[in-house]
Design a protein. Structure first.
Length: 294
């Protein structure tokens, strides 16, 4: 079967209107330095005739300044470049009403962040944090954000490039898509449990499993897309649905919406119980944290 694994850049043309993608320009911002964050692809396109910001990772790019940034890894510069594209989107539509704010389409195919020593010293966490904050601000400002997983969606890179979206879509596992925090072998080393035990747990508990179907059960994936040609209409439909949801103060999108959806699908059965317990315990002590008169 055809796959888009490692082809985040190619996926752009399969999603947006033909010939409409302009790389390196978002609103009034132009990204002119080709050596800054080469693994991050940002630009503007049309989707069903509607202007959207597109952000993707390029698995074929290599950042010579940071040797661990290759194969779609989101490094320090890539994180900042993606964040800048989001803020350029916010600035471009700052005066528009919520219903007119352009959508942001995230094309996700990343095996993780750049965990090199240099990146850690310079502040890799600040770069990914900046990108997460930018997307959260855009989502709360009214911009519909849809993440489309076309390959890998792993670890901290997915945390910043995907999980802040209003809705997450994914091609099915037949396309070699993979969504998880870390491989079971890595979990085994960290928590010191046998791989065989964790593999058995994964059969009944989607938290341990790696495929998009398991993340769908958890509520993380809103919709599984079964064909490459189906990505474009699915994303367009989600953008329209998100606009309706944002106009309804009671509708949930983003991380909170995924939590509720996971409970409905039976993948996050303990979450509502834990939340109720936390609310009860906080209600018992909340008077201590209220400002005192005078």
């Amino acid at each position: 079967m055809e796959t888009l694994l490692g082809q985040g850049r190619a996926a752009i043309d399969l999603i947006v209107d033909a010939g409409s993608f302009t790389e390196g320009t978002v609103g009034a911002r132009t990204f002119e330095d080709p050596d800054f964050g080469p693994g991050a692809v940002v630009g503007t396109a049309l989707l069903e005739g509607e202007t959207v910001t597109v952000i993707a990772s390029d698995a074929e790019a290599f950042n010579e300044k940071f040797p661990v940034v290759y194969s779609g890894i989101i490094g320090l510069e890539e994180g900042y470049k993606m964040a800048q594209a989001v803020y350029a989107t916010l600035a471009a539509d700052a005066e528009k009403e919520a219903a007119k704010k352009r959508a942001i389409v995230l094309i996700v195919d990343t095996p993780g962040n750049g965990p090199g020593k240099v990146e850690e010293i310079f502040g890799m966490n600040k770069a990914t944090g900046a990108y997460q904050l930018a997307l959260a601000e855009a989502r709360l400002a009214g911009h519909p954000i849809v993440a489309m997983v076309v390959g890998r969606a792993i670890s901290g890179a997915f945390l910043c490039h995907g999980l802040q979206a209003d809705r997450i879509l994914s091609l099915t596992s037949e396309f070699q898509t993979m969504i998880h925090v870390m491989p079971i072998s890595s979990v085994s080393r960290i928590i010191k449990k046998d791989v065989e035990l964790l593999e058995e747990l994964a059969k009944a508990n989607p938290v341990f499993a790696a495929g998009p179907a398991f993340f769908f059960k958890l509520g993380g994936v809103e919709q599984l897309v079964e064909t490459i040609a189906g990505m474009r209409p699915a994303i367009a439909a989600q953008i329209a649905d998100i606009r309706k949801a944002k106009s309804d103060a009671t509708a949930l999108t983003g991380p909170r919406g995924r939590g509720a959806l996971g409970a409905e699908r039976g993948g996050r059965t303990v979450r509502p119980t834990v939340q109720a317990l936390l609310r009860t315990e906080f209600a018992a002590v909340e008077d201590r944290f209220r400002p005192q008169a005078g």
